[in-house]
Design a protein around this ligand. Structure first.
Ligand code: ATP
Ligand code: MG
Length: 206
């Protein structure tokens, strides 16, 4: 007996959390058992790991150590939160998941994307989402929605373009498990498309 695992991915400020909230509300009105969660994952172990990664007291944390700590956070999050809810048959909605780790740790750093992908999927025990909603936007335009465009260096912007390309490639390689939506559409149009797809997935399982 397993639930439905839905993940939101995409660049910064594309509206992921907005849509997670809207989906949360819709699932509630449909009386569908569900829980929303986010990565990094909010477990006690995960919070400690994040503290370790971010605490300036530790100075220069190696990129490999950092990747492994983020992976450990994911492993605990799946173990403690996501997998038990799926076993109870719930819809689990996660704001970011493994692809974000690969996109941001693997693109632009000194680590190989393939290595990060391997570590990330290993950490979550190979648990793949049933559906990944990719909110897609041109980073140049998405950045314009954020406050201060001038403060973003070109290097940062390149990373966001690479991350976008990575997300789109993943979706193109596995279209049955992705829903790619234009993040510049209205909140309501995006939410309606997500609800339609999830309704169909739930109907298939009934
Ligand atoms: N479809 C939309 N059209 C216009 N603005 C939107 C849309 N969806 C969300 N927003 C606005 O864009 C901003 C970023 O939204 P949100 O916080 O949901 O994005 P996010 O992807 O979760 O960002 P982050 O990467 O920082 O977590 C918010 O001010 C939100 O109200
Ligand atoms: Mg968010």
């Amino acid at each position: 007996m397993s639930g439905l695992f839905v993940v939101f991915e995409g660049g910064d400020s594309v509206g992921k959390s907005t849509q997670v909230d809207l989906l949360d509300g819709w699932l509630t009105t449909q009386a569908i058992a569900h829980r929303t969660t986010r990565q990094p994952g909010g477990t006690e172990v995960g919070a400690e790991l994040r503290r370790l990664v971010l605490d300036p007291v530790f100075g220069d944390v190696s990129p490999r150590a950092e990747a492994l700590m983020y992976a450990a956070d994911k492993a605990q999050h799946v173990h403690e939160v996501i997998a038990p809810a799926l076993r109870r048959g719930e819809v689990v909605v996660s704001d970011r998941y493994v692809l974000s780790m690969i996109a941001y740790q693997g693109a632009g750093r000194e680590l190989e994307m393939d290595d990060i992908a391997h570590i990330g999927w290993w950490a979550v025990g190979g648990l793949r989402p049933d559906l990944t909603v990719l909110l897609d936007a041109d980073p140049d335009e998405a950045v314009a929605r954020i406050a201060d465009k001038d403060r973003l260096e070109q290097a940062g912007l390149d990373l966001h373009h690479r991350a976008r390309g990575f997300f789109l490639d993943q979706a193109a390689a596995d279209p049955g498990h992705f829903l790619v939506l234009n993040a510049r559409d209205t909140r309501e149009a995006i939410a309606a498309a997500i609800q339609e797809r999830i309704s169909a997935l739930l109907a298939d399982r009934a």
